[in-house]
Design a protein around this ligand. Structure first.
Ligand code: NAD
Length: 437
């Protein structure tokens, strides 16, 4: 059992804290957002993440998980301090380290005995050294800095944390290695590795992983766009290449581009890190360019189909950047909504979890509905933007009767082309032929 402080209770911090509590540690989570901390103290999970509420309730009840706004209170009782702070893109695309370094400086003033300070945020190569310097400014005691990037996926965060493919630990401190090896053992009982490396390699592993995944998606999107041009079917091409073990079946689904709080910012930050050293990431730069265009792929399709979009109403199913989350950061939906509004079209949107977050931005500029079918009443077409399970097998008769004309523009290829033949819809998707009714 260890005493752990987790600084920042977002998607990463709250999951990290809760899962470490679940394996028997005492965890105090700190956040500067007083509202959030109040909510958590009264037993409310402030984000949507499947399975989190059960673990959250249990560990609070069993006295292993608590919350505070006081960094000092949390840190005084902790042996290990995890930083799960935001690293948003700055104006030039580089990662903004002010949250991480700011807390680092504070920690230097507060710590009164040996601590392991672990960076779980996604940060550029060299950040561990900067955090070390920030803490050192005021620290009068010994401490170790460790880079321990997090690979969890929103929507699967609990499973990913409890059973990670690998744990990456960047440190040269033998003492920290021993303690972290023990802390993470319960999570790798199936035999997945805990990989020890230096701090810089750990930091780069995270950026390289996200940039590779973003590249894989983007590669497939480009192939899908070419399929449309030559009349090939991307479903067949996808299975055709994915059956090769060197390529693998996962992450090959084409769509309307990647979004979220990680891929866009991490890819940009890696490019920026390269630039600082006069190193040009040719492939990753291209990924960013292709993805920017892909996010508006549905708009291109609508313009090709209708010409003018002014005065038309579009029902939008899905707002979150992916299913099973309420996260809308960099969601393609936002780019599509902006464009539709600027072209004079109306949007009626439905999402199972993300509407509140989108409403905060758009207020009454778009309409929200309580269920997916209400959204399509009298709309000119249905746009599918996020692949929530609830959209996968809908009542097509209902859709047909509610829409002004039966047209679906599917940005996530949710429906089988053969199934759509004969259903009476005009159906456009990504990288596949258009079904003309
Ligand atoms: P988030 O924005 O959801 O949460 C960050 C939290 O930190 C917020 O609650 C905020 O109030 C709090 N905070 C800000 N300043 C603080 C301070 N000085 N003291 C205490 N709390 C403070 O962020 P997130 O999505 O959890 O991401 C955190 C880091 O983890 C980022 O670097 C991100 O790139 C990385 N990451 C995210 C994911 C993901 O899926 N979200 C996955 C892997 C890694």
């Amino acid at each position: 059992m260890k005493n752990i402080a987790v600084v920042g209770t977002g998607y990463v911090g709250l999951v990290t804290g809760t899962c470490f509590a679940e394996t028997g540690n005492n965890v105090i989570c700190v956040d500067i957002d007083e509202n959030k901390v109040e909510k958590m103290k009264s037993g409310i999970v402030p984000i949507y993440e499947p399975g989190l509420d059960t673990l959250f309730d249990r560990n609070i009840k069993e006295g292993r998980l608590s919350f505070t706004t006081s960094l000092k209170d949390a840190v005084d009782k902790a042996d290990i301090i995890f930083l799960a702070l935001p690293t948003p893109p700055g104006a030039d695309g580089s990662a903004d380290l002010s949250f991480v370094l700011g807390v680092g400086e504070e920690l230097g003033k507060i710590i009164s005995d040996y601590k392991i300070i672990i960076d779980k945020s996604t940060v550029p190569v060299g950040t561990a050294e900067k955090v070390h310097a920030a803490v050192s400014k005021n620290a009068k005691v010994d401490f170790d800095i460790v880079s321990n990037p997090e690979f969890l996926r929103e929507g699967f965060a609990i499973d990913d944390f409890m059973k990670p493919d690998r744990v990456v630990i960047g440190t040269e401190s033998e003492k920290a290695k021993k303690i972290l090896n023990k802390l993470y053992r319960p999570f790798v009982r199936q035999g997945n590795p805990i990989l020890f490396m230096d701090e810089k390699s750990a930091e780069l592993t995270k950026y390289a992983a996200n940039s590779f995944l973003a590249t894989k998606i983007t590669f497939m999107n480009e192939i899908a766009n070419f399929c449309e041009l030559v009349g090939a079917n991307v479903d067949d091409v996808r299975i055709g290449i994915g059956s090769d073990e060197r390529i693998g079946k996962r992450f090959l689904f084409p769509g309307i581009g990647f979004g979220g709080s990680c891929f866009p910012k991490d890819v940009q930050a890696l490019v920026k890190s390269g630039k600082e050293l006069d190193f040009n990431f040719e492939i990753i730069n291209a990924v960013l360019r292709v993805n920017d265009v892909q996010k508006l792929k549905l708009i291109d399709k609508l313009i090709n189909h209708y010409g003018e979009l002014k005065g038309l109403t579009f029902a939008m199913w899905g707002l979150a950047f992916k299913p099973d989350t309420d996260d809308i950061r960099e969601a393609p939906a936002l780019y599509i909504i902006d464009k539709l509004i600027s072209l004079g079209a109306k949007v009626i949107a439905y999402d199972p979890e993300a509407m509140q977050n989108v409403r905060t931005i758009y207020k009454d500029k778009i309409t929200f509905t309580d269920n997916q079918y209400e959204a399509i009443s009298n709309a000119d077409a249905l746009l599918i933007v996020t692949e929530w399970a609830t959209f996968r097998a809908p009542d097509f008769n209902k859709i047909k009767h509610k829409l002004k004309s039966p047209k679906i523009f599917d940005g996530r290829n949710l429906y089988n082309l053969e199934d759509m033949e004969g259903k009476g819809f005009y159906y456009e998707s990504i990288g596949r032929k258009t079904v003309l009714k």
